[in-house]
Ligand binder design. Sequence first.
Ligand code: GRF
Length: 193
Amino acid sequence: MSEKVKISVLVSGGGTNLQALIDAVKSGNLPQAEIALVVSSRSDAYALKRAKLAGVATAVISETAELIKALEDSKTEYIVLAGYMKILHPDVIKKYRGRIINIHPSLIPKYCGKGFYGEHVHEAVLAGGEKITGATVHFVDEGIDTGEIILQRKVPVEEGDDAKTLAARVLETEHQMLPEAVKMLCIQERIRR
Ligand code: GRF
């Protein structure tokens, strides 16, 4: 078995997707990966607490040069954006092209791009009268939610849903698919080594 693939997870909020990755690594479902660093754009993100509780290194960073240095210092190979509310600088995308993924709570190309974040996505899905929504894991390029799609899963919209209940249902699916997508990338990386 070759060495584990070093992942850094970038967050800004609650960090339930980060938790799913932490849990997958801890439980042995994601034995190919090691979470080398959690970077938050906000010092008050609950995700930081989750990382600390799991004994994962953390940093609060808003500056691009500082972010690149932290990624280099931690020997990061793949970057996972999990509720990261900042747009990555093109320098970061260039350096890690094909090695950055994001999870988005809709079936891209629907309900994505500028302005479609957090509950706005689910509000728009409900306003659009959709019966099916879902989540997407995709590579990150210079656009907003425009990179190649890796994995997509459907989630039903139910009678009486509001943005909160729908977000919670979509999140359950996100927590399953993000570790799966990371696993695929790590396996591919280890085969390539
Ligand atoms: C998720 O819905 C994710 O798809 C989106 O931001 C949310 C982050 O939630 N990009 P959490 O911080 O992982 O709980």
